[in-house]
Write a protein that binds this ligand. Sequence first.
Ligand SMILES: [Fe+2]
Length: 366
Amino acid sequence: MSLTLQILLSVVSKLPKPIRDAITPEMRIPEILNSTSKVQLARPAHIYVDHPDLDRFAEFALDFGFIEEARSKDVIYLRGYGKDPYVYVARKSNDGKPRFRGAAFVAASREDFDKAAKLEGARVDSLENAPGGGEIITFDRPDETYFYVVFGQKERELNPKEPSATHEEQGPFNEPFNKPRRGVFQRYHPGPALIHKLGHYGYVFPDFDNELAWYTSHFNFVPSDILYHWDFEKIDVMTFLHLDRGDEYTDHHCFFMQRAEPHVKKAFCHHTSFEVADFDTQLLGHDWLSKKGWHNVWGVGRHVLGSQIFDYWADPSGFKIEHYADGDVVNHHTPSKRDVVGPFSVWGPEIPKDFGEKIPRAFLRK
Ligand SMILES: [Fe+2]
């Protein structure tokens, strides 16, 4: 959105709604549907982030609930307890600046990976030196917002009993009219909220329309929810996207995109989010991070869109990183919804004023 347009909109916002609607530009997201011509992605896999102080980040990562899978001088592979060989690749920054360097998604099949390799700008490389091996395609997007597709990684074998660093005995939950847990006690101890998988991440894009078109024309990203501006019904400002897998249910959003305000000149990652087991895990993990002295950004609370229980933290480089549990899942029968921007939480602390910024101001002051 240009500055001229922003000034125009601030003037127009004072006018009565019918006049406003008549003279504001058309900036609604067009209908987006999946099709077999697009590359089908199965799930988000991992992210790449450069940190000025890799050892300090490694300390945070353990307290956040990651497990170190492999390490070399300048790279640490962190995993969850899901099937992906790693979910976070932390690298030493070459120039001392923190950088989010994009996310990788697993192609649904070899054919989809090969189809992605034929897209304009695709660069195919081997992942033979990373845990689990496989291959990766890199796409260079604006402002270093890289996007990757992977295939052929060796998946981890899942432990039939869900691992936990905090739960000794839990459940079934007793409710007022139904108390199935009889003579059995719930027992917990302090510890980190163990990470299951990469759930979602999202960008604030100055070039919102072009980037949305690129991601949704090449891949099976479909909006679950679209939000429009409170003063201008024809201006969509945000969308939460899921991966359309037909009848199969997938997370309400694995990717979100936000239209940048005019003062934002470069795209940036708003936050990344990793799944944990449940509400008790969230709160125990929150206490653990607090006691270790890390910087809480917002949480614990319950989101409206996606329904997740959330808890946002700042890592030592200032990136917002979220624990979430109990998110919604959708499939191709779930309609995309469009609504005005509203409250982001049902309950929880007040949303911080600087939540929309790249690095929280309170963190920078610290
Ligand atoms: Fe989130």
